[in-house]
Design a protein around this ligand. Structure first.
Ligand code: PXL
Length: 279
C-alpha cells in the first residue's frame, strides 16, 4: 500500500469569504496531500462580515478525536482556536498523535490578532493557553502582532528592521518551538518573512501592495504546510508560500474584488499542482 501523506487540519469553516478550512483544504489537496478536516466552528461568513452565523463545535471535538485514536497522521496543522476548552482538547490530540506516530509534526498558526490588535475573543487567559500550545508545536507562523502578544513585546507597527525581527524570533524560541516563521514584516515597499530553523535565520521578501486582503495568513500557512509536507526545507517552503501569495494578490487586485472576499487563489491553484506533482 502506498498512501498519501495525511494531515489533520484543525480550523473553523466559513461558508463565505476565503479563509480557514475553505482555503486549507483546496491548497493541500492540489499539492497532492490528503487533508482531513477537524472543524472547530461553522460560520456562514467569516467575522469580517458584520452579519454572520456562528456555531461552536467544541462539544463535538472529544468524540471526533476519539474516533481518530487509531488513525495516525503525518502532520497536524492547527489554526484558529476559539476557547480554552478547544485548546485543551487540541493539546490532548497532539499528545495522542505523537504516541501513535512519534514522527508526526505539528504546524501551529497562532491566529490571535492582526495590525497590533488582539481579536476580541482573545482574553489574557486564552493567550496564555496558546503560549503553552506553542511549546508542543514543531513550527509556528505568527504575524508580528501575534509574535508580540506571545512574547510580551510592545507592538510598534509592521515595519521591522532585521535586528528587531531577529530579536522577536529569539524571544519566540524561548517558548519552546524550534522552527519559526514570522510573517508580514514590512520594509519600505516589500513585505517578507523571517524563518528561523534551529537558530539559522533567513529573510525573504516580495513587492508589497497597499491593499490588505483577509485570509492571507491562512493561505500563506496552508502553502507553507503543503510544501513542508512535500519535503521542502523551511526556508524554501516560506519562499514558495510568499511567491504564491504575491501572485495571487496581484491577480486579485487586477480583478478588483471586495477585500473581505479574500484573495482569489482559485485561478492560480493549478500552479501549486504543477509545482508539487509529477505529470
Ligand atoms: O483568517 C483568520 C480567520 C479565521 N477564521 C475566521 C475569521 C478569520 C479572520 O477574520 O473570521 C472565522
Amino acid at each position: 500500500m502506498q498512501t498519501l501523506q495525511r494531515v489533520a487540519c484543525i480550523n473553523d469553516i466559513s461558508g463565505f469569504g476565503r479563509c480557514s478550512l475553505t482555503t486549507v483544504l483546496p491548497v493541500l489537496s492540489v499539492m497532492g496531500i490528503q487533508a482531513c478536516p477537524v472543524p472547530t466552528a461553522v460560520l456562514s461568513k467569516h467575522t469580517g462580515f458584520p452579519q454572520h452565523t456562528f456555531t461552536d463545535l467544541t462539544d463535538t471535538l472529544p468524540a471526533y478525536f476519539e474516533s481518530w485514536s487509531d488513525l495516525p497522521f503525518d502532520w497536524i496543522y492547527a489554526g484558529f482556536l476559539g476557547s480554552l476548552g478547544q485548546i485543551r482538547m487540541v493539546r490532548q490530540f497532539f499528545e495522542m498523535q505523537k504516541k501513535l506516530n512519534p514522527q508526526c509534526r505539528i504546524l501551529l498558526d497562532p491566529v490571535m490578532g492582526d495590525d497590533g490588535r488582539r481579536y476580541s475573543t482573545y482574553t489574557e487567559e486564552l493567550c496564555d493557553a496558546v503560549r503553552e500550545l506553542v511549546s508542543d508545536a514543531d513550527i509556528i507562523t505568527p504575524n508580528i502582532t501575534e509574535a508580540c502578544i506571545l512574547t510580551g513585546t510592545e507592538y510598534r507597527g509592521e515595519c521591522l528592521c532585521h535586528d528587531e525581527s531577529a530579536a522577536l524570533a529569539d524571544a519566540l524560541k524561548k517558548l519552546g518551538c524550534r522552527d519559526i516563521v514570522i510573517t508580514g514584516i514590512v520594509q519600505d515597499d516589500t513585505i517578507g518573512n523571517l524563518t528561523d530553523t534551529g537558530g539559522k535565520m533567513h529573510f525573504s521578501s516580495v513587492h508589497r501592495t497597499e491593499c490588505l486582503f483577509s485570509g492571507t495568513g491562512d493561505l500563506f500557512a496552508s502553502v507553507l504546510c503543503g510544501a513542508l509536507v512535500r519535503g521542502c526545507p523551511l526556508q524554501e517552503a516560506a519562499q514558495k508560500a510568499g511567491d504564491f501569495l504575491s501572485a495571487v494578490t496581484q491577480e486579485t487586485l487586477r480583478r478588483n474584488t471586495p477585500v473581505e472576499e479574500g484573495v482569489l487563489f482559485e485561478p492560480l491553484l493549478w500552479r501549486l499542482g504543477e509545482m508539487f506533482n509529477e505529470a
